[in-house]
Design a protein around this ligand. Structure first.
Ligand SMILES: [Zn+2]
Length: 334
């Protein structure tokens, strides 16, 4: 069996992917036409991001276009079909209601979340792939907007909203501004993930886990070469959702030295592998695993990452046990 086939068959979960970042240029074009939005001359080039500036431009253009429940449902449906073909058993979609409210005051994020959830249920019935929603709050929009996301999460309790995340500019809008939001999230049983140590420094990671009680850190590259911080993450059993291709494109880890995810694994930190905004970064979850295999990661290391993607997910324990036994069976047969 080729490495590619083995990795394709390897049961795995995608824990850090933005729903808006999974729309393909073709689907985006169809949605833009349907919504009467202006379509760039060459949509493919819009998606061909090469640095943080081009990514920001592309994601804002796309987010401004997506406004109807059907838009998000179509994106989720297409992505879940592709993911199932890559051996993915579970996806946690980050979706940003605050961006919807910001760009489309007339849209109802609860109706959009309902449409996404319906599509998740349909995909589960069709192929067995599981998926849930994580409301990704936006640092730049402040505490009040984030509190509205918590209100929405309460309203959407029955729509597979597993938790909340925090994204945006971590240097200008620090974690301490969102302590009350995360306390409230925790008090009502929402799981917590925070983008930290991507553009910010290692103090941003410490704040995310100490102040916001983040259970997972998105990116976390600023913990590289910081044994004290790595020890703290291990003690608190915090997972790093590593996104190597995203980091290379945006420059978050643009250095010639290898991505620090192996260093984190050696330090005993659970590490999962993720694609972040795959359509903009020209990557896929399977491609991320393949790239590590090409860099010399052993099958055992890659299986360890797949295992962490299940154990660190926000799914319930019963589901996790099923996926983990499927993973064990796969490893013993191949
Ligand atoms: Zn992200």
């Amino acid at each position: 069996m080729s490495v590619r086939d083995w990795l394709r068959g390897l049961p795995k979960a995608e824990l850090h992917v933005h729903l808006e970042g999974t729309v393909t240029p073709e689907l985006y074009t169809r949605i833009a036409k349907r919504n009467g939005a202006q379509i760039p001359k060459d949509p493919r080039s819009l998606f061909n991001c090469h640095d943080f500036g081009s990514f920001l431009n592309a994601i804002v253009t796309v987010v401004k276009t997506l406004c109807r429940p059907q838009d998000f449902a179509d994106i989720a449906a297409e992505y879940l079909v592709q993911s199932r073909q890559q051996g993915v058993r579970h996806v946690e979609f980050m979706f940003s209601p605050a961006s919807i409210r910001h760009f489309h005051a007339e849209a109802d994020p609860a109706v959009i979340a309902t449409a996404i959830h319906e599509e998740c249920r349909r995909a589960k019935a069709a192929s067995g792939i599981s998926s849930s929603i994580v409301f990704d709050m936006v640092r730049n929009l402040g505490e009040d907007a984030a509190m509205m996301d918590i209100d929405l999460a309460i309203k959407c309790r029955n729509l597979g909203v597993a938790g909340v995340g925090l994204g945006g500019d971590e240097r200008r809008f620090p974690a301490r501004d969102f302590v009350r939001v995360f306390e409230r999230a925790q008090s009502i049983g929402l799981r917590r993930t925070v983008h930290a140590g991507e553009t910010g420094d290692s103090a941003s990671i410490v704040d995310a886990v100490e102040l916001l009680r983040a259970e997972r850190i998105g990116h976390g590259v600023a913990a590289a070469g910081q044994p004290d911080i790595q020890r703290r993450l291990r003690e608190l059993k915090v997972t790093i959702d590593a996104c190597p291709t995203s980091n290379a494109v945006t420059g978050a880890w643009g250095r010639v030295t290898p991505h620090p995810l192996e260093e984190f694994m050696h330090a005993g930190i659970p590490v999962s592998l993720s694609s972040d905004d795959p359509s903009f970064f020209g990557c896929s979850l399977l491609g991320e695993y393949e790239a590590l295999a090409e860099q010399g990661f052993s099958n055992a290391q890659l299986a360890q990452i797949a295992r962490a993607s299940f154990t660190s997910s926000f799914a319930d324990e019963k589901e996790k046990r099923i996926w983990l036994s499927e993973l064990d069976a796969y490893l013993s047969q191949t």
